[in-house]
Design a protein around this ligand. Structure first.
Ligand SMILES: O=P(O)(O)OC[C@H]1O[C@H](O[C@H]2O[C@H](CO)[C@@H](O)[C@H](O)[C@H]2O)[C@H](O)[C@@H](O)[C@@H]1O
Length: 376
């Protein structure tokens, strides 16, 4: 793929005014993301209160965000999608074409390049289920991931703790990044000279030398403390589940009655108001508490590409597949780097920084299988 040459679908389907010679859009046209003013180090310099985290719980914005994190409050599947939804979806795919239907085009982009593959876990490799502890991937998906990882350097980047996602996936051929990229076990960084202060050499389960990068390591005691407080504060709300993801905490309300969502928000607020160095983000029926640092899945992709010696856009095509808001940071990085493709997994139309789409994990599996066949 020559991302710098004129080409068709990804550029032409994007509504933003873009230069014909670019695959991505100009960064100034990209949606605003909270906390954009960063210091040169990892810490955000925005005064915490100005992010709105504290004030919002008394207004309806927390609740609005909680509701919008899952349209209609129920899972939308192929089966319950109405004809209207089908039309809306088909229209949306004009803007974000199916990565399967457009596979030939993706393969053309990849010609002469090395693919680096980044995969989200929940909602991408495993279907969304009510119990986060039972979000298992199928054996068929595991086999597809294993095969693709033998063809291309592959990393899983998840909001879960690295150990948990490793346990779910159970493959050794991959790199794993947990806590939304704040816990990366990657290759030893022999291609670059910068010394990352939070990087340490370590060995993985196979005894292989690896690089462990944990930019939020100093937050560990704080996160543990907050996790315990959140468990305690929410214990009377039926259906709440608090998950310790090591460098962040998830408060799930998927199984909580709508009428109690406000109480969930209040409980979380009551805890984090005491921690100005933590912030709140919204995922799929989950409130996520995480450190206020300038690090996200997009930064993790850049870090891993550097670690793998694959940051040269001329001969590398990074592909990132994900379904969640936190994956947008990675899609955005690929757009802004002007090389690489984001693929959003969604059964419903959504605004996104990705270029392509896939409907659900079964289509993700099909796409991975296509990549393997193409490589062979
Ligand atoms: O980055 P990801 O790998 O997509 O992780 C994001 C969150 O995924 C999990 O929660 C989501 O999936 C659950 C299982 O399907 C579902 O029950 C929940 O409602 C979803 O929000 C995980 O439990 C979270 O900790 C992750 O942050």
């Amino acid at each position: 793929m020559d991302l710098k040459s004129n080409h068709t679908a990804p550029v032409l389907t994007d509504p933003a005014p873009i230069s014909k010679s670019r695959l991505g859009v100009h960064s100034s046209l990209l949606p605003y993301s909270p906390g954009t003013a960063f210091s040169s180090n990892l810490f955000l310099t925005i005064p915490w209160k100005k992010t709105g985290v504290l004030d919002d719980v008394r207004s309806s914005s927390w609740l609005d965000a909680m509701k919008s994190s899952s349209p209609t409050h129920k899972r939308i599947t192929k089966e319950n999608a109405s004809a209207d939804n089908d039309v809306a979806y088909a229209t949306w795919t004009l803007k974000y074409p199916s990565a399967i239907a457009s596979f030939e085009q993706i393969a053309n982009f990849a010609k002469g390049k090395r693919i680096a593959l980044f995969l989200d876990y929940d909602g991408t490799l495993s279907p969304i289920v009510d119990n986060p502890d039972r979000a298992f991937m199928s054996d068929a998906m595991r086999s597809a991931v294993e095969k693709v990882a033998k063809c291309f350097p592959t990393a899983i980047i998840s909001g879960r703790s690295r150990d948990k996602v490793h346990e779910f996936v159970g493959l050794k051929e991959l790199y794993y990044a947990g806590s939304h990229g704040m816990d990366i076990m990657g290759p030893v960084r022999q291609y670059i000279s910068d010394d990352q202060p939070n990087s340490v050499r370590s060995t993985d389960e196979q005894g292989k030398e690896v690089n462990l990068f944990q930019p939020a390591s100093e937050f560990l005691p704080m996160i543990d403390e907050v996790y315990s407080s959140l468990v305690e504060n929410t214990k009377y709300i039926k259906g709440v589940k608090v998950e310790n993801n090591k460098f962040c905490v998830s408060v799930h309300y998927r199984n909580v009655d709508d009428k109690s969502w406000k109480s969930v928000a209040q409980c979380v607020y009551d805890v984090i108001k005491n921690y100005p160095r933590l912030r709140l983000t919204h995922g799929r029926m989950v409130l996520e508490v995480r450190p206020v640092i300038n690090w996200n899945k997009g930064k993790a992709v850049t870090f891993l590409l550097e670690s793998l010696g694959l940051s040269n856009c001329d001969d590398v095509l990074p592909i990132y597949v994900g379904d969640d808001r936190t994956d947008e940071d990675a899609f955005k990085v690929l757009r802004e780097r002007n090389c690489g493709l984001g693929i959003l997994v969604s059964p419903v139309p959504k605004e996104t920084n990705a270029f392509y789409s896939l409907r659900d994990p079964s289509e993700v599996m099909e796409f991975l299988e296509y990549l393997v066949m193409w490589k062979k």
